[in-house]
Design a protein around this ligand. Structure first.
Ligand code: ACO
Length: 328
């Protein structure tokens, strides 16, 4: 039993912040950001929320799949930036879409999140537990970004992407995923929720504004991890499934840095044309980046029947993984 991606969708906030806008906040330049990351602009929520963007992307995917909301058995939202904790974002999506028959939960694995959410849904479908799933990656990273830190604020953006998956009788491809919590210090974000009645700061306490409540990153360490581990996990995934690298038409990588994508292409000995990119327009949207890319490719007709593609994510945790899919 395998899965069929029968619809995709995405939502991008209309408010754009270009590199000159960032250069107005921190000591940087359009040229530095473009050359070191590939990002030209990013879209920032202006009234939208992680849940509202997830709903828009999900609705688009359902329309394309011609699936009614009541047919969905499972809604999975991958996010690290939800505007709600209780109820979870997936339950909020269920309510707004009126997907009354769905089981709903969120998944938190940062930039590997969509690959893990896709794998989780695929396992439920392949196991015969559910028939139809809506998998969404949605992020409002601008709310978690320290706009005084030029090492991170140049990178991130907001958006959502979604896919409708159905159980399918074709061959199943096995994903390969890894985690290394020991290296988690390379990319951190502290929650304010570890304050209880005994240790909560009083009003005016400077702990309220601590940098640790925004994303903190050792950029070089994450970069080096990504360029080593992503080609490795792609090779591992192909080997596990007995598929040769030549059979792959597209490598959809998490959009973290243009230089990471270029380095992975080089290490795999593949032409860069097989690695679609949209980081120039959106920056790093964490778990939304792969489904947004997938939706854009799908809507412009770039994905042809029978083509095999690899989706590969990597990020905080540290976590990384890849999934293989044949387009139908
Ligand atoms: N503008 C101008 N200069 C800068 C900036 C900036 N925004 N940031 C750093 N610099 C300077 C540094 O101070 C340094 O100057 P120095 O040589 O005088 O000391 C120089 O530029 C080089 O700095 P590096 O940190 O070495 O720059 P690097 O080439 O590594 O690029 C970057 C930094 C873009 C952050 C890169 O390391 C990167 O993309 N890392 C990966 C991030 C990533 O992939 N994250 C994904 C996970 S996200 C998630 O899971 C939510």
């Amino acid at each position: 039993m395998a899965v069929n991606i029968c619809g995709t969708g995405s939502y991008i906030p209309s408010h754009v912040m270009d590199n000159d806008g960032i250069a107005g906040l921190v000591d940087t330049s359009d040229q530095w950001i473009r050359e070191r990351t590939g990002v030209k602009r990013r879209h920032i929520v202006d009234g939208e929320t992680t849940v509202s963007m997830a709903c828009e992307a999900g609705l688009q995917a359902l329309r394309q799949a011609d699936v009614a909301a009541e047919e969905i058995d499972l809604i999975l939202v991958s996010t690290i930036s939800s505007n709600v904790i209780l109820p979870c974002a997936a339950c909020e999506v269920q309510k707004r879409l009126r997907a009354v028959n769905a089981t709903c939960f969120d998944l938190s694995a940062a930039c590997t999140g969509f690959v893990l959410a896709y794998n989780t849904a695929a396992a439920y479908l392949a196991g015969g537990i559910y028939k139809t799933a809506l998998v969404i990656g949605s992020e409002s990273l601008s709310n978690l970004t320290n706009w005084k830190d030029r090492g991170t604020c140049i990178l991130f953006g907001d958006g959502a992407g979604a896919a409708v998956l159905k159980a399918d009788a074709r061959r199943m491809y096995f994903p390969v995923t890894h985690s290394d919590g020991g290296k988690g210090g390379a990319l951190t974000l502290k929650s304010r929720h570890d304050w209880n009645v005994l240790n909560a700061p009083v009003q005016g306490d400077e702990r309220y504004n601590g940098d640790e409540f925004f994303m903190q990153m050792d950029g070089k360490a994450v970069f080096q991890f990504a360029v080593k581990k992503v080609p490795e996990v792609i090779r591992e995934t192909l080997e596990r499934n007995g598929v040769s690298q030549e059979e792959i038409s597209w490598f959809l990588l998490h959009q973290a840095n243009k230089r990471i994508v270029e380095s992975v292409a080089k290490r795999l000995g593949e032409p860069i044309e097989k690695f679609p990119m949209n980081i120039q327009e959106y920056g790093n949207t964490s778990s939304a980046s792969i489904p947004i890319l997938l939706d854009e490719m799908n809507r412009r007709g770039a994905l042809k029947k029978g083509q095999k593609l690899v989706m590969a994510g990597f990020g905080a945790g540290l976590t990384w993984g890849a999934a293989l899919y044949e387009w139908i």
